[in-house]
Design a protein around this ligand. Sequence first.
Ligand code: ATP
Length: 273
Amino acid sequence: MSRVPPRAGGTRLMDILTFDNVTLGYGSHAAVHHLSGSIARGEKLAVIGGNGSGKSTLLKGIVGLLRPMGGRITRDGATRLAYLPQAAEVDRSFPARVIDLVALGLWTKRGLWGRHSADDIARLHAALARVGLAGFAERPLDALSGGQFQRALFARVIVQQADLILLDESFNGVDQPTEADLLRLIADWSTEGRTVLTVLHDLDTVRQHFPRSLLLARDLIGWGATADVLTSANLARARGYTEAWDDDAPLCEAPPHEHLGGHSHEHTTRTPA
Ligand SMILES: Nc1ncnc2c1ncn2[C@@H]1O[C@H](COP(=O)(O)OP(=O)(O)OP(=O)(O)O)[C@@H](O)[C@H]1O
């Protein structure tokens, strides 16, 4: 098993994100337990694990949509963040054009109702061209296929110029050429020094395209070089946790010193196979 050991010395200059004994969850139920470690700038990290293992919860914690129940997530203060939630969480029924969606990536610069300069408009069209959607600018969003919509979301990320990009199952339901195009974009972002965390399920894709991986089964199973994390022992261990959400779950059985953050939470039942 490969773990990133907790570091006592604070944040290294090259770190963009640091987790210090972080527990995340809903109500009093923990869904990610006692995570410690850090992510360096420019990393291309796959976040993997079975259904219900805490992957989306971790991303929501990083974005700030969930406050940690315990511990601390430290994000470099100047970090610009882009987050693509799972497609199921994105409403595309509102009457807007593709270019309006992509222009949302500029809102921190222009405000929601700010006027766009000629440069801005050129950037929006360049982003659409880069994701293979040249000529789609005026189309209504609800006239896009699932794969085209995913491409439009990636165009929005391009104009955001984010340093930290969080993608939650962005390849679900897209065809192979679209996935290949999106993976190329992710590689370009990493080359440009951006940090990309991608939740995904296909382990072959992880092995081919993501040098580093974080394997969750609510607890951290492994974190480090992908070859060291995706061992059969780690994967078997991750599979050994079954999904369960037990209202009468016992209190966290982690060692007492890990609770120095002062939080109290219940852990769901985890049943090794
Ligand atoms: N809003 C919520 N309220 C209560 N429980 C939640 C909520 N969202 C997620 N959970 C629970 O937290 C646990 C982790 O969920 P999470 O969505 O992080 O899993 P995941 O690894 O992203 O799964 P998947 O691969 O199915 O998307 C699950 O048991 C889930 O039922």
